[in-house]
Design a binder for this molecule. Structure first.
Ligand SMILES: N[C@@H](CCC(=O)N[C@@H](CS)C(=O)NCC(=O)O)C(=O)O
Length: 251
């Protein structure tokens, strides 16, 4: 496992109180100074680690990355199982406390660093965004993760691909219908700024492209994704710009 300090590009950011700081600025600077050291154990192409990178970047908190190479099976090693008993990435080390499960990690981040919020204020809107998140988190990604694909389809690359395309298209069909139901004006999944729904969607679209899913039927999803693609936090979190990204990597 390799570790790169400051891979989040914000690690060296210095916070100074402006001469006449507003209450919000003062509180943001205070939060930044007392931030615990964070280390994200992940892998460039892991969609679950990608979610956490996006959330960290949206929050503007500094973090370092340590890499667990899934292609070489490093996630099965004892050292990684000690971090995450499931053997999955990501795990976030918060000053010695290990957090696992990307959605739990993102919700912790949202509570520890409230600005900008990743969930809407109104309870019904929160339930909607959480439903979008779960459509990906429990309804789509677990059906196409490496473990499941290797377990059921290891010898049959074509069947593996067809299965992946089917389950991802199914999940995105639900996601698109939920977006339509809320009739948000966007341009993000549920309003004018990105939130948990976008954090979950973008990595799943990355996987959809890897599996060759036809995205044409998903107009609302494509709109939100193209808005996210222009957002610096999403750009910094993209797999291709991570220090452990491998040229010519196989899926
Ligand atoms: N529900 C977990 C899923 C984690 C997960 O599936 N991680 C994948 C990468 S995206 C992994 O480590 N896969 C290794 C494997 O399947 O063997 C989370 O959200 O953190």
């Amino acid at each position: 496992m390799r570790a790169v300090r400051g891979a989040g590009k914000l690690a060296s950011r210095t916070f100074f109180l402006p001469f006449q700081a507003s209450a919000a600025e003062a509180s943001a600077a205070k939060t930044a100074r007392v931030q615990p050291p964070l280390t994200l154990h992940g892998y460039w192409r892991s969609s679950s680690a990608y979610r956490v990178r996006i959330a960290l970047e949206l929050k503007g908190v500094s973090y370092r990355q340590a890499f667990v190479d899934l292609l070489h099976g490093e996630h099965h090693e004892e050292a990684h199982r000690a971090r995450n008993p499931s053997g999955y990435v990501p795990a976030l080390d918060v000053d010695g406390t290990l957090l696992v499960e990307s959605v739990a990690i993102i919700e912790w981040l949202d509570e520890a660093f409230p600005e900008p919020p990743l969930l809407p204020r109104a309870p019904l809107d929160r339930a909607h965004v959480r439903a979008l998140a779960e459509t990906i988190n429990s309804g789509t990604q677990p059906l196409q993760n490496l473990w499941l694909l290797n377990h059921f389809f290891s010898a049959d690359a074509a069947a593996k691909s067809a299965w992946g395309r089917m389950v991802i298209a199914r999940g995105l069909t639900t996601f698109e219908a939920l977006l339509a139901r809320a009739a948000s004006e966007g341009p993000f999944c549920s309003g004018p700024s990105p939130n948990l729904a976008d954090v979950m969607l973008v990595p799943q679209i990355y996987n959809a492209r890897r599996f060759g899913v036809d995205l044409e039927p998903f107009a609302r999803i494509r709109r939100a994704e193209s808005e996210c693609a222009q957002h610096p936090a999403f750009q910094r979190a993209h797999p291709d710009v991570q220090p452990d990204a491998q040229a010519n990597a196989k899926p």
